[in-house]
Ligand binder design. Sequence first.
Ligand code: IMP
Ligand code: MG
Length: 175
Amino acid sequence: MRLSERPLFSAGAIAARVTELAEAVSRDCAGEPVVATVVLKGALFFAADLLRQLSVPVTLDFVRARSYAGCNSTGHVTLTLTPEQDLRDRRVLIIEDILDTGRTSAAIVDYLRTAGASDIMMCALFDKPSRREVAVHPAHTGFVVDDRFLVGYGLDYEQRYRELPDVYELLGPEV
Ligand code: IMP
Ligand code: MG
């Protein structure tokens, strides 16, 4: 596969936006503790950068959802890892890499609600609203993008490219 020649989002631009998101999330939490629920694997780098800039007490947990084969969602989402903490009456912050159809996030929100979370907020680094099939309501999104497939800074195509510091568009097969 081929990547765009230049990054769509440079590491510097991402870092600046993550700082703004951390300020917004901290403001929302108003000094109250929050359970950060990181959606693996894509949100790993984003979460590491975001959480270190929050000014509220954080406990860390993870979810892993499966739905994807290649570039297209299969539509069916299962959670293969769920938080270890008791979430009853807790404020939970879902940290997502990218919102696409919304199916993954909707399934995670359902799970957290059933687990008893009193307040669920979502922060996603990227959002592709034109692809939405299921309504989700992120409290904060970093960048709105049109229908392009992004890789880097945690985002993968078939498990590749996560380690790139900048975010590129995946353009298709090498020619
Ligand atoms: P959704 O359930 O369709 O919203 O898909 C969300 C998940 O699909 C994300 O957490 C990503 O893992 C993956 N995904 C969607 N769009 C992209 C993309 O542009 N690049 C890499 N992964 C993506
Ligand atoms: Mg993925």
